[in-house]
Design a protein around this ligand. Sequence first.
Ligand code: NAD
Ligand code: TYD
Length: 336
Amino acid sequence: MKLLITGGAGFIGSNFIRYLLKNYPDEVLINFDKLTYAGNLENLKEFEEDARYSFIKGDVCDANAFIEAAQGVDAIVHFAAESHVDRSIHSGHEFIHTNVFGAQVVIDAVKELKIPKMILVSTDEVYGDVDAPKKSKDGDPFKPSSPYSASKAAAESLAIAAIRTHEAPIMITRCTNNYGPYQFPEKLVPLFITNLIEGKKVPLYDGGTQIRDWLYVSDHCSAIDLVLRKGTLGEAYDIAAENDPEVTNREITETVLALLGKGNDMIEPVSGLRPGHDQRYAVDSSKIRSLGWEPTVTLKEGLVSTVTWYQDNEDWWKRVKSGDYQHYYQQHYQTS
Ligand code: NAD
Ligand code: TYD
């Protein structure tokens, strides 16, 4: 299969490319990525000489460039997006441009080039928060709380419209919060780990009572892979660890602190940074589990290996935090 992955230089996209290249020796992959602040080709440097992998620097909002890149592919997995809630609350423009307009460009290319399959990688955040013990499920109304989640809900609406109007061969996945290697240190888990290694405090928002259903990134990759091969066109699949008991941000923070031998005095309580802060996300993942998927990494195992990865890869995240990683493309791909 020849696959086009958008946003493959980001956190989940790069883990997905690594996952496919390791598990499918004959797969051919094109990584189409604009290299925003969140795109880092160092995530994939071990594949630079691999004939199965190629990189195209491009913007999903540029329809001509995208159509050219997508010629002859068997499927598109569309990860490319602005992904950070706090940034979207600060300024939503780029989120609407990339996440909504960009999604339509990808959908149009699927129609025009008659590409057999596309996955739109969406998020559980489209449902908004949900009171315990209820879980959101496919078909529930969307109730997004930030420009990020609203833009993802809009992209889903465009996909659903194309499925209905043009029988576009699209599937949607909605996963809960991911964590693991190569995550940009602006999200909770990598920000807190790297801050603590640097001896800095961790900013825990709004008392830390919020609940997220954390899933280790390789389990998200295996779920998308399964949808790609066994999913039904036109369907949407909610993906979740369904951690039981559920875990608050405070509990995740205390686990990370303990793994790094730090005390709770390193917590800096912060409020007001995330207006509209969703209290609890929880989704019912029975549909994807009925295809044969289940998570393989427990939260404790995943946090141990994530902390270890950031301890072992200080060079990677220090270059990210300093901005040095942004020179990598010029140095290794020899463009002007
Ligand atoms: P990320 O921010 O780490 O990476 C995004 C990637 O997209 C970067 O490589 C960036 O350069 C690229 N990109 C951004 N704008 C682009 C554009 N206009 N054209 C081409 N490339 C562009 O994000 P992530 O955490 O890896 O998330 C990937 C996808 O998964 C997103 O669609 C996100 O909504 C979804 N998702 C994320 C999570 C999570 O916990 N991180 C959970 C569920 C779903
Ligand atoms: P985040 O990692 O930004 O992911 P998302 O907003 O997509 O869920 O945030 C996860 C949770 O952690 C969310 O409830 C907000 C909280 N949070 C903090 O308490 N402090 C932080 O510095 C960040 C980035 C997030």
